[in-house]
Design a protein around this ligand. Structure first.
Ligand code: PMV
Length: 333
């Protein structure tokens, strides 16, 4: 049931008949978004910077169903109960768009593990926003779609472009200027990989974890300054194609974010024994002269960063890797 006063994002527009579908990719943050300055609009404390991972993400298909009295949401082939966490999250997002009495049939399919810290919520909310705009017959700019998608999952606003994307935190109270902006930089030799291990769903949703860090972590007050410095160094590394600086900043930024979690109360850990083992492997390979670095989000998977010339050696050390070349042109479908 909707109880609030309506002013749907799409105004008085009515959904079209038929099924509308969209695909959006995941993105991996190189300088992380960690903390909201506005909990209702999902406005971030800082800018952040990511790289899009083409072909891995979410396909969402939507239709307006006049027979339904409640949304029907099918995630990876399974109908969700109305009290499932993801159901409630998507319901909250759909409430921003629908008019009273409109219900949707939604099928959403991830080709990466769901809610495991592999950014399925970023691709999911980006795909849903694009599918919604098609259902209502709008042809919106990517920046507008990005700002809308942000309200489902902050990091979703970076999933609309290939390559490097900066999420500018924005200054307007409405949040209109808090969206992704693509960087005009190509780095065709860059490679990203992650291990094909299944750990199940993450321990704590990232929104709860970042809020707890803001409220309790002894290290969180340092975070905005760390991000400012890392963003500036990361942008120089990308411009100059300085891979060792790039890798160092990505790894240090991820570890700094996790340090804010370890200094929260109660402490938050997303790593498990496998994560630590993989980190040690990366550090061992670096000692032997191989340029490989990692980043880690709100889950136990590490994402490895290296150049094409190191791919063979990295793959030999981590046998079950999914290896991606991020620089292909089209990412949305
Ligand atoms: O967009 P959310 O609410 O899933 O938060 C994403 C948080 C991190 O993945 C840890 C960092 C980031 O910038 O993507």
């Amino acid at each position: 049931m909707l109880t609030r006063e309506y002013s749907p994002i799409f105004g008085d527009s009515r959904p079209l008949a038929g099924e509308f579908s969209a695909f959006a990719p995941i993105n991996i943050a190189l300088v992380k978004y960690w903390g909201k300055r506005d909990m209702a609009l999902y406005l971030p404390e800082t800018d952040s910077l990511s790289i899009t991972v083409p072909h891995y993400g979410t396909r969402t298909t939507l239709r307006h169903d006049t027979h339904l009295k409640v949304d029907r949401i099918i995630l990876n082939g399974v109908a969700l109960s109305t009290d499932a966490i993801f159901y409630k999250r998507l319901l909250h997002f759909l409430n921003l768009f629908r008019q009273k009495g409109d219900y949707f049939h939604i099928e959403t399919e991830n080709n990466i593990p769901t809610a495991a810290g592999l950014a399925s919520s970023a691709s999911g909310f980006a795909a849903c926003t694009l599918a919604l705009s098609r259902l209502y017959g709008f042809s919106l700019s990517l920046r507008t779609l990005s700002a809308y998608a942000r309200r489902g999952s902050g990091s979703a606003c970076r999933s609309f472009w290939p390559g490097f994307v900066l999420w500018q935190k924005g200054h307007l109270p409405s949040g209109e200027d808090s969206h992704g902006v693509p960087l005009q930089a190509l780095w065709p030799d860059l490679r990203i990989a992650w291990e094909q291990v299944t750990f199940g769903e993450k321990k704590m949703p990232s929104t709860d974890a970042m809020q707890s860090c803001k409220e309790t972590s002894t290290l969180y007050p340092l975070w905005p300054e760390v991000v400012r410095e890392h963003l500036s160094l990361m942008q120089s590394a990308i411009k100059e194609k300085n891979f060792d600086l790039f890798g160092k900043i990505a790894e240090q930024n991820a570890l700094s974010m996790h340090a804010t979690m370890q200094a929260a109360w109660p402490p938050i850990y997303y790593a498990n024994a496998h994560t630590i083992h993989s980190m040690e492997k990366v550090w061992e390979l670096r000692k032997k002269g191989l340029s490989v670095y990692f980043t880690q989000d709100a889950g136990p998977h590490l994402k490895l960063l290296f150049l094409a010339e190191s791919a063979q050696q990295v793959c030999a050390s981590f046998p079950e890797l999914t290896l991606v070349n991020p620089f292909v042109q089209e990412v949305l479908e």
